[in-house]
Design a protein around this ligand. Structure first.
Ligand code: AOS
Ligand code: ZN
Ligand code: ZN
Length: 388
């Protein structure tokens, strides 16, 4: 097996984008539990994200969500982020919180509503031009609840047409990242339900259309690492939304529900070149912290991704390939599992300390006094996303 020293340099290029909405109040449709000290402004969300980056060195950028994070002056916001030591990243569109979108957005039968959704996405690209963001993330709530409610084929045709109009607005360096999800809020037929549908639309659009794989968006038992492999092979894996799920789209801390699955996914990422310098795969979190503290929730999340990345990098690929070729089923599995079972936490602590980072970022956060300070300073937190 490779040693920790062998992978130290590769670990240094890890970058995980944080979602602005992870720092605000969130909840389920039953209850939003407000937490003291949550950000009241976008600027305060950026400050919290910058704290996560300062503690871990892993989170240099922040994804924004429009309209939740709309400000009057995005150039000023960009400068503010840079002053804090982070960048503004992916711009997420929102066509799911407006009465007009009850029966769909980019797929809507009514041309007025469809034009409104397209205009919203064009506005998001205008924002990207100012923030310097590369990626426009499109996740759609579109779908139907009952058989016969909508014409499935016509909806696909309208979707293709709408996406083309959005894509046409992108600059040469910008990408459309299309996210799929098998259900919710639609419960019968979702219009972008799976990687194949997302892939087909991306191919029709052009090279700068790529797929976002949200790890929570699959039916139980789905072999997600296979999808990772296939999309990398096809050159269309644009981004991850990392989180974990026990039941539905739970948006829990990545690596909490099934660390082995995260390991298998990251192994295929490494194997397929998705972790190579300049690979074009964006690693993001898409999580909400409903009952746990938010800033340490984000710290825990990026550390979980780092730990599993380290283990994935440790796999002895030569030994694995030899065992695979020899038909040595148990030998190959042992090589794979050896890396998974390697506890890298002490090595990572030393590695962090050698780079001027806290060896234990969770503890460093607890000791920093930041949590107490924001509770004292921020009175009247904003509602930042889900459950709003
Ligand atoms: C929805 O289920 C998707 O995961 C979206 O990526 C995301 O959670 C949403 O856009 C929140 O911003
Ligand atoms: Zn997502
Ligand atoms: Zn989701």
């Amino acid at each position: 097996m490779a040693t920790f020293d062998d992978i130290a340099d590769a670990l240094a290029r890890q970058a995980i984008e944080l979602p602005s909405w992870a720092f605000g109040n969130s909840g389920t449709r039953f209850k939003v539990f407000a937490q003291p000290g949550v950000p009241r402004t976008v600027e305060e969300k950026l400050a919290d994200a910058a704290k996560v980056h300062a503690l871990t060195g892993l989170a240099p950028s922040v994804a924004l969500h429009i309209p939740w994070d709309r400000v009057d002056d995005f150039a000023k916001l960009r400068a503010h982020a840079e002053d804090l030591g982070v960048r503004l990243g992916t711009i997420n569109t929102n066509t799911f919180q407006d009465d007009d979108y009850k029966f769909g957005s980019l797929t809507h039968v009514d041309e007025r509503v469809r034009a409104k959704a397209i205009a919203h996405m064009h506005e998001c690209v205008d924002i990207m031009d100012v923030t310097g963001s590369r990626d426009l993330k499109v996740w759609l709530p579109d779908g139907t609840n009952y058989p016969g409610q909508g014409d499935l084929r016509d909806r696909q045709d309208r979707l293709a047409d709408s996406l083309a109009r959005v894509y046409a607005r992108l600059g040469d360096h910008q990408r459309l990242v299309l996210e799929y999800k098998f259900f919710e809020p639609a419960f019968y037929a979702t219009d972008v339900p799976d990687w194949g549908t997302a892939y087909a639309h991306c191919v029709a659009l052009g090279e700068r259309a790529v797929v976002c794989l949200d790890t929570g968006h699959h039916a139980p038992g789905t072999n997600i690492e296979f999808i990772v492999t296939q999309l990398l092979r096809l050159g269309r894996l644009g981004a991850f939304d990392f989180n974990s799920r026990f039941y539905a789209d739970d948006d829990l801390i990545v690596g909490a529900a099934d660390p082995f699955q995260l390991f298998r996914i990251l192994f295929e990422v490494v194997r397929g070149g998705g972790y190579d310098e300049g690979s074009g795969v964006a690693f993001m979190l898409d999580q909400c912290h409903n009952v746990e503290d938010k800033i340490p929730g984000q710290v825990r999340s990026v550390l979980n991704v780092q730990e599993m990345t380290a283990r994935a990098l440790l796999v002895d690929r030569d030994a694995l390939a030899a065992a695979e070729r020899a038909g040595d089923v148990l030998g190959a599995n042992e090589v794979f599992m050896d890396a998974f079972y390697t506890d890298v936490r002490a090595d990572l602590a030393d590695w962090r300390a050698s780079r001027g980072l806290p060896a234990d970022p969770m503890r460093a956060y607890r000791d920093s006094g930041y949590a107490e300070r924001i509770v004292a300073e921020r009175v009247g937190g904003s509602q930042a996303g889900w459950g709003a």
